[in-house]
Design a protein around this ligand. Structure first.
Ligand SMILES: [Zn+2]
Length: 286
């Protein structure tokens, strides 16, 4: 009786010793290595891309290309929200040095100037759409002009199958300064009225995206970065898995913690600085 027990013990010991050699190929490898791991997720915020124009929210195609070259050269890997969500939900790993680039407001010039560059440099990006602007370009005929148009619903729909682009909710009609600043609460409205107005706007955009483009956004980008405690509570309840503000910085996200994807900071890519300065900011904040 002693021999089989000893034999069994030897086998078990041998298995424990050789396990690390195969751990890399095991389906459980991800859980074992990534558990409790926090990683820095730099998110760059772009707006308009226009020829010969640069300001705090406008860059030229040349500046965008310079950024993309530098990110690639520096070993960053472009990732999409769906990949980031899989990571925090414990379903998949992220590549080393993940980087999310975002374009806010759904400008048509993003398709005209940025999209070809994104393809050329194998980049991926999230586009945060404002419903009322895309609806206007879709219905008024004021479309396909890099200077003032926004992406139409059909343009967005066509890009959803690209595989390198995902779309976020940037409000239907709460991207205004007055009377309400972004999604801010009006002084005279009750909390319940405010929550109803916010819910109605968010869900109107969700239904437009679902009906017109066939996608249901899971990312909410706060207009002007303005957020409220009510919105922070509401978004996960409405099915959102990620929210973005405009506070400058880099947030750490955590394996197995879906809540770590809310209130993510971003770095605005001003057209008034060089690509190298963006890289420097990422390093400082990470
Ligand atoms: Zn915006």
């Amino acid at each position: 009786m002693k021999t089989p027990k000893l034999f069994l013990l030897l086998i078990l010991t041998a298995l424990l010793l050789i396990y690390p050699l195969f751990a890399g190929f095991s389906p459980y490898h991800i859980d074992l290595r990534q558990e409790n791991i926090k990683i820095a997720l730099p998110i760059i915020m772009y707006h308009k891309v226009l020829k010969g124009r640069s300001d705090i929210y406008v860059i030229t195609p040349e500046q965008l290309e310079s950024d993309l070259r530098l990110f690639n050269k520096s070993g960053y890997n472009f990732v999409l929200p769906s990949q980031i969500i899989d990571f925090v939900e414990g379903k998949d790993q992220l590549p080393p040095k993940p980087l999310l680039i975002t374009f806010d407001d759904g400008h048509y010039n993003n398709i005209h100037f940025a999209y070809p560059l994104l393809k050329e440099h194998r980049a991926k990006a999230l586009f945060n759409i404002i419903g009322v602007f895309s609806n206007f370009s879709s219905n008024s005929g004021y479309s396909s002009n890099p200077d003032y148009s926004h992406m139409t619903w059909s343009e967005i729909k066509n890009l959803t199958t690209d595989g390198c682009m995902e779309f976020g909710n940037h409000s239907y009609n709460m991207h205004n300064y007055r009377p309400r600043f972004g999604i801010g609460k009006l002084a005279e409205e009750t909390t319940n009225d405010y929550i109803k107005a916010l819910t109605d706007d968010i869900m109107l955009m969700q239904s437009k995206m679902a009906i017109q483009c066939g996608v249901l956004p899971v990312v909410y980008a706060y207009p002007f970065g303005k957020y409220t405690p009510q919105a922070q509570t509401l978004l996960p309840r409405l099915g959102f898995k990620m929210s973005l503000n405009c506070n400058e910085g880099v947030t750490k996200i955590k394996w197995g913690e879906p809540n770590s994807l809310f209130d993510l900071r971003r770095i605005n890519r001003s057209g008034l600085i060089e690509s190298g300065e963006i890289l420097q900011k990422i390093k400082e904040y990470s």
